[in-house]
Design a protein around this ligand. Structure first.
Ligand code: FMN
Ligand code: SF4
Length: 1459
């Protein structure tokens, strides 16, 4: 396969070596080698050990450890720092099999330094040569056990023909096939023995047809070569010959072209890509620079030559004589002085534009002087080769540096700032330099202090100045006072007599303010701590702060050099004594970073902050950094802590652990990081408590397991055994397995039921009869709780064939043949089931019943396949004739759980007290939903925790009930505080106009709910099968009307709230008055509550911001002629949730059924809800919402039932008009003169981010605001009811925190995403964290087409449940699997029409490919005021959806746009 120089060299290095060391280039560059290694690894059977060395690290130290027979290949982009480190230490590795492939941009100056420390130096100037020389270098290093430098120019376009992997391996490893491989004495490739050391290339040179003197002809002179060099050269020739035979291309140390009897010989070292034929001139291109024999050089300079020009591409060479020039001059010393030509040294520049005329000019210049002088050929650029020269701060690192700038503003002094490079050179970024600079500054400040003291003593200043000076002396370390006093002092002194002393003070005036001094460096410092500048800074005792950024991603932690342990700088610094130390991660805890930076600044002495920022390259999306950070923090790899020795002096605890997860996994963390001594010293009690409680947990689990096994043994002693193993993500396969287990028990079998991951292969060997049930996740992946098992099976396949000789098995696989609808994805259908079936057989198992396949697409779903599979099992087990008389136990459903819960109590209270697990019992998990609480686990770290054998990181989501989304500033402040004290530090405005907290761990649940209650809010019925938070329009320009509508929302919510006292009892510690005597009573719900959730929305036309048609029940406010609220139009049957692949599920928009007065409203709500309660489908939750009830009963029947219950008929619906459903951003004023500001909060997330500290800003507003906060169902925020007199102050805060910035594109302002990963347990793909990144790209397309300010409603959800109402958006994406979405088009602009599936699986590139031409066309073709959703239908992309039931009809695009 043809390849460019980078990839061809990387490929050979990968195939040829046992160890690969890749030195990373300075950021923002990324290693081109690494990406090539990844692509080679896909096809190669070789697996070298890949080690990366960060830029700034010492690669030589890594290379020194790699020795023995293994070939080590080192890859790097040439830069002065890396080369300098290699030069210093590489000599020690000169006799080891090592190849250094160094990529060059345009200059050899740096890399040539390596010539002095290694025996071999090869140079390649094009891709083909790079390929051949990379092979040769590997062969040479391996056979000679010597270090070889292979420098090669990076080439853009030219490509190399590559040798197949087998041939490379033959060349490198199959010594038998070699010709005199080791003795350096070779036969000529041309078939004759030439008796001398040459013969590699004894054929004619193609340029002008003569025999090439440098290669095919012996030196005519009697020349003595250096014996050692000769020995090395012979080995080179042997290796070159073998390589030549493999690649069938000549390989030459020197190549001559041009005149045979030249008067001038021009040597070129570098990329001489010019072709010039000049009479009397021969050109010699040098490929082998070490060893370069005198005889070879002289052979290339015929006796006819009177002049030699040596051109070298060494623009930045700093020594007087260049390397090749010296070689040539010294070789010529062996020639008779009479025939010795004049030698000129020259620099070769960019050779692409060199013409014949340029060469002639060069010759003329050379003729003019007989003395050696330096010539030039080619153009010269001012750029140089060294990639480290640019002073670029990688964009991700800006998140820390911006924070420093934000915190310390004018006081911030980054002592090694890249900004110093232009003035002070590259060295300015080193810690040694920074330390020197800081020392100087501290000395200067000390001099200022002494000058001020002298001035105070002399008394030659007036009273006021004297007082200012004395105050400064006292407050010189106070960041604010020292600055302001300094300014006053300078002002005063400038008006005084300029005595020498005053002048002394003024000369040092810049030191009045106390600075916050920082040195910023990379984790490369952590390798050689003792000798690094870092050590000196720590040991200096100076008041200086060091921020060390560690960028190694957690998932790549093992690819760092295993032998060179990165030292724990934190521990090192802590052991040093009086040093403040913190370990932080901005993507884990913003607040902790802030706290650490502030404490470090205050600490009087050195401070070290270790900051985690895992990213591979500058393009790494923030989402990856976030996930890597979470993994690292959760696994204890990157614990968050602060160590403040100044606290010890005050008798306080100096050590603070800030990451919860570390505490859970403490033992492992302590072992690994050796922090035990630190911790025990600082918190002896904590350490013992945690360690012993871990022990208790394990004991408890063991006890339970033992009891369980004993019971199982007793009950199942006699019956034939059946083991059922299942793997299931969404619960279907689990349900089938449990049902099978019940039915087997009913037939008298002894059954063991478990997940696949709970059994090892060793235990499986003991099993006799196993039924496997697995569903399919991802793209043909096994479900989560079967992955380890599948992995173990796969690994065993390679090793053994008869592992399971006794096993009799049958597999039932469950999948969806349409989940991935493209023909090329057909193999994903039921893949785990099929794979499992084949593998078990391969491992010696006996298939006793054929593979069963359940398909969601079958008429009866997976049941269709199951029905024919199960009887086969009974047959082979010999129980098919057994009559099952007892009815098998019914599976437990939500209906059972509700009924048995004693009005939503269950065993929640007991579960809260169980501290052996972070979770609640599964049935309690269903019940807590009714209390507004969802159990979740952090899915970013689920796999990693599973691998570590710890339970998932359980935490809870709490949702507040807040009808109409209106809250007071006091309530806001409490929400803000709850997020910090009990949750993840952020909170979210949801699409149901309320607050949601994530990451609340079990023991924080109760305190959090009590805090919510303290400000008169609750969480009751925020989730569950009840009426959810009632939402209402939040655009209050008609102030009175909105007040009435809001009041109406509150009254509906209140009217429909469950009456159970369980909520108060469990969360608020309010006991039932008469113990058990007083029973709860649910007048509306009864003990079964509703079949499914019930959602109510109230819209105030002309805005449909609440998407009233997406709700089970909707009220549309109707205003009479006088502007008073006349009542509401009523809609029923809207709903969003769908299940992928299940066509019985669909979204639906609500239908208008009439009009009611405000007084009737809450009763209408009640009766609609009760009609649903009694008619909804309780047997199938996927078919239980009002929308299905209506479609089953018929709208008229449903309406009649409601009216019957009301006792009157609804009035006919009244006219209304909607014109939008997006929020009205910016300022507005109500009829009552109060002001409102609609603020854009992307996807409703309230958090502090660098440059966007909205959480802090809103807290500041809440402290002074006298009106209300209104949350919108589009997840934005209205700061409402601001009196005119408060406007300036509020505006000032909005401005300060950049919260008044509404310059976002129309697309972004109207976009909306649900939470999805990492917390939502149902998410199949990213949503909230990904949509903003997608908007970045789509908005560019809009901008290119002049649509920056046009609104296109684009929404995304992580699963088909549709929390962000995607099915009424103009463009929507619904998650199917990570990175893959359904794409929908054609929704109505104001939520009046459903969209339709346009593509069933799209990834980002496909999304952009689809939208680019579509948006362009829209910009050109739309009619005035035509919205995107309407246009996509008119333009023929998609058919309009007129009712939910026909949602699937004509899906997949229309005509030429069909899928
Ligand atoms: C995210 C996701 C990905 C899926 N991928 C596949 C697939 O690649 N092949 C397939 O046959 N079925 C696929 N399915 C269908 C499921 O395997 C099927 O619905 C099964 O009944 C789910 O069982 P469970 O609830 O036990 O996980 C997928 C389902 C989901 C939710
Ligand atoms: S739409 Fe799905 S993924 Fe998104 S929050 Fe709702 S349930 Fe979770």
């Amino acid at each position: 396969m043809p390849s460019n120089s980078f990839s061809t060299v990387a490929r050979i290095a990968y195939i040829a070596s046992e160890i690969l060391v890749d030195s990373l280039p300075p950021l923002p560059l990324t290693s081109e080698f690494r990406s090539s290694f990844t692509s080679v690894s896909r096809s190669s059977r070789r697996r070298p050990n890949l080690i990366t060395v960060p830029h700034g690290g010492d690669p030589a130290a890594t290379l020194l450890r790699a020795n023995g027979d293994a070939l080590t290949s080192f890859t790097a982009l040439s830069n002065s720092q890396t080369i300098a480190k290699l030069v210093l230490r590489l000599a020690e590795s000169a006799s080891t099999p090592l190849v250094l492939h160094i990529a060059l941009l345009n200059d050899l100056s740096d890399v040539l330094l390596l010539r002095t420390v290694v025996p071999y130096f090869l140079l390649s100037t094009n891709s083909q040569q790079a390929h051949d020389n990379a092979l040769l270098a590997s062969k040479l290093a391996r056979s000679q056990k010597k270090a070889v430098v292979h420098a090669f120019f990076t080439t853009g376009s030219d490509i190399a023909v590559e040798l197949p992997e087998e041939d490379i391996l033959n060349l490198l490893f199959d010594e038998k096939k070699l010709v005199n491989g080791q003795n350096g004495y070779t036969n000529g490739a041309n078939g004759h023995s030439n008796g001398q050391s040459n013969g590699i290339n004894g054929h004619s040179n193609g340029v002008n047809g003569h025999t090439n003197g440098a290669n095919g002809v012996d030196s005519p002179e009697d020349v003595e070569d250096d014996a050692a060099a000769l020995q090395l050269f012979k080995a080179y020739e042997a290796a070159a010959l073998n390589t030549l035979k493999a690649v069938r291309r000549p390989i030459r140390p020197l190549t001559s072209t041009g005149a045979t009897e030249p008067s001038t010989v021009i040597f070129t070292l570098g990329k001489a890509s010019f072709e010039a034929t000049v009479d009397g001139v021969s050109f010699v291109d040098v490929t082998l620079l070490s060893p370069l024999l005198a005889s070879r050089i002289l052979a290339a300079i015929p006796l006819t030559a009177t002049s030699v020009i040596v051109l070298e591409q060494v623009q930045n060479w700093s020594l007087k004589w260049t390397p090749l020039y010296l070689e040539v001059v010294s070789a010529l010393q062996q020639r008779n002085p009479a025939t010795r030509p004049v030698v000129h040294s020259g620099i070769l520049g960019n050779s692409t534009d060199i013409s014949q005329v340029d060469v002639l000019k060069l010759l003329q210049k050379a003729c003019k002087t007989t003395s050696p002088s330096r010539l030039q050929l080619g153009s010269f650029s001012t750029e140089n080769n060294d990639a480290s020269q640019g002073h670029h701060v990688p964009k991700h690192e800006l998140s820390y540096t911006k924070l420093l700038a934000h915190l310390f503003r004018d006081r911030l002094d980054i002592a090694n700032s890249p900004n110093l490079i232009p003035a002070q050179g590259d060295l300015a970024t080193s810690p040694e330099f920074a330390l020197g600079r800081v020392r100087g500054q501290i000395d200067e400040r000390a001099r200022l202090l002494s000058a001020v003291r002298d001035l105070l003593q002399t008394g030659n200043v007036d009273g006021e100045t004297h007082s200012l000076l004395s105050k400064w002396v006292l407050a010189k370390d106070d960041s604010i006072k020292s600055r302001s006093l300094g300014l006053d002092i300078v002002e005063k002194l400038q008006t005084l007599d300029q005595s020498a002393l005053v002048q002394r003070v003024l000369a040092l005036k810049s030191h009045f303010p106390s600075a916050s001094r920082w040195i910023i460096g990379s984790d490369a410092w952590s390798y050689d701590l003792g000798s690094s500048g870092l050590h000196h800074v720590i040991a200096s005792g100076l008041n200086i702060n060091i921020l060390i950024l560690d960028t190694l991603p957690y998932s790549q932690r093992n690819s760092a050099d295993p032998t060179r342990r990165k030292h724990d700088v934190g521990l090192y610094a802590m052991n040093h004594g009086d040093v403040y130390v913190a370990s932080v991660a901005i993507y884990s805890s913003y607040a902790q970073v802030l706290q650490a930076l502030i404490e470090a600044d205050k600490f009087d002495g050195p401070s070290v902050i270790l900051a985690y920022l895992p990213y591979e390259n500058e393009d790494a999306p923030a989402l990856n950094i976030l996930k890597e950070t979470k993994l690292a923090v959760d696994a204890g790899y990157w614990p968050l802590y602060r160590w403040d020795p100044s606290k010890e002096v005050q008798g306080k605890e100096p050590f603070t652990l800030d990451s919860d997860a570390v505490k859970n996994d403490l033992q492992a963390f302590l072992d690994r990081q050796n922090h035990l001594s630190q911790l025990v010293r600082s918190k002896p009690q904590l350490a013992t408590e945690l360690v012993s409680s871990l022990g208790e947990t394990v004991k408890e689990i063991r006890k339970k397991k033992a009891l369980q096994s004993y019971n199982d043994l007793l009950t199942n002693l006699d019956a034939p055994p059946l083991t059922i193993l299942y793997a299931s993500d969404g619960g279907n396969a689990e349900k089938v397995a449990k049902r099978l287990s019940n039915r087997a028990q009913a037939r008298g079998l002894s059954v063991t039921l478990a997940t696949m991951d709970s059994i090892s292969l060793d235990s499986l060997k003991q099993e006799e009869f196993v039924a496997f049930i697995t569903s399919t996740a991802g793209q043909g992946e096994p479900p989560q709780n079967g992955r380890q098992f599948f992995k173990a099976l796969n690994a065993a396949i390679g090793r053994e064939t008869n592992l399971l000789p006794n096993l009799r098995f049958s597999v039932f696989g469950m999948g969806d043949s349409h989940y991935w609808p493209r023909p090329e994805d057909a193999h994903y259908y039921n893949k785990p089931g099929k794979d499992l079936d084949a593998r078990l057989e391969k491992l010696g198992g006996t298939r006793v019943a054929g593979l069963g396949l359940g398909d969601d697409q079958d008429a009866d779903g997976y049941q269709t396949g199951y029905k024919s599979w199960e009887p086969q099992l009974w047959k082979v087990l010999g129980v098919d004739s057994i009559e099952v008389t007892e009815t098998e136990p019914e599976p437990i459903t939500n209906e059972h759980i509700k009924a048995a819960s004693n009005y939503l109590r269950g065993t929640i209270l007991e579960g809260l007290e169980d501290n052996t697990t972070g979770a609640l019992a599964p049935s309690d998990g269903q019940l807590t939903k009714f209390h507004g609480i969802y159990q979740q686990d952090d899915r970013d770290i689920r796999d990693e925790r599973l691998a570590q054998g710890v339970e998932p990181a359980f935490a809870f989501m709490i949702r507040v009930r807040m009808p109409g989304g209106v809250c007071t500033p006091e309530q806001w402040l409490t929400m803000d505080q709850i997020a910090d004290e009990h949750g993840s530090g952020t909170f979210k405005i949801t699409t149901r106009q309320t607050f949601q907290f994530h990451g609340v761990i079990k023991r924080h649940l109760k305190p959090a709910i009590q805090d919510i209650n303290r400000v008169l809010l609750d969480t009751l019925a925020a989730c569950g099968d009840v009426n959810r938070n009632v939402v209402c329009s939040s655009i209050p320009t008609m102030s009175k009307l909105h007040a009435q509508v809001h009041q109406f929302a509150v009254s509906v919510s209140q009217h429909l709230v469950p009456r159970t006292t369980a909520y108060h009892e469990i969360w608020l510690d309010k006991k039932l008055v008469a113990g058990e005597a007083l029973k709860d009573f649910e007048p509306l719900y009864g003990e079964f509550y509703l079949p499914r959730k019930f959602k109510v929305a109230i819209a105030v036309p002309p805005t449909n911001d609440v998407d009233v048609f997406a709700n089970d029940l909707g009220f549309i406010a109707i205003v009479d002629d006088k502007g008073e609220l006349a009542g509401f139009n009523v809609t029923v049957g809207g709903g969003m949730g769908v299940t992928h692949g299940n066509k019985k599920t669909y979204p639906r928009t609500g239908d208008l059924i009439g009009f009611c007065t405000p007084e009737q409203g809450k009763f209408v709500a009640e009766k609609v809800m009760l009609t649903q309660r009694d008619n909804g489908n309780r047997a199938d939750r996927k078919n239980a919402r009002v929308k299905y009830t209506i479609d089953r009963m018929g709208l008229d029947v449903f309406k009649a039932e409601v009216e019957k219950r009301l006792g009157y008929a609804l009035q006919p619906a009244r006219p209304f008009t909607f014109d939008r459903n997006v929020d009205d951003f910016g300022w507005s004023t109500g009829e009552d003169g109060r002001h409102h500001f609609m603020m854009f909060i992307e996807n409703g997330r309230i958090q502090d981010e660098t440059g966007k500290e909205f959480k802090s800003g809103l807290r500041e507003i809440a402290k002074i605001h006298k009106g209300a906060f209104r949350l919108t169902t589009n997840q934005h925020l209205l700061i409402s009811d601001i009196p005119t007199e408060d406007l300036p102050q509020i505006k000032q805060i909005l401005f300060k925190y950049k919260m008044d910035n509404l310059s976002q594109s129309g697309l972004r302002l109207s976009s909306s995403a649900c939470v999805a990963f990492p917390t939502c347990g149902l998410a199949m793909a990213e949503s909230e964290r990904y949509l903003p990144l997608l908007v970045d790209k789509v908005e560019k397309i809009c901008e290119e087409n002049g649509l920056r300010n046009d609104t296109i409603v684009m929404r995304m959800t992580g699963c088909p449940n549709g929390c962000a109402r995607p099915y009424v958006a103009e463009i929507a994406f619904v998650g199917k699997a990570p990175g893959t979405y359904l794409m929908l088009l054609g929704g109505g602009y104001y939520g009046q029409r459903l969209n339709k599936i346009y593509r069933e699986t799209v990834t980002e590139p496909e999304i952009l490919d689809i939208l680019k031409p579509m948006i362009k066309r829209y910009a050109l073709e739309r009619n005035d005021g035509e919205h995107f959703g309407d246009w996509t239908i008119r333009a023929g992309y998609i058919a309009a959806t007129t009712s939910g039931k026909e949602w699937y009809d004509r899906m997949g695009g229309e005509g030429e746009y069909a899928q």
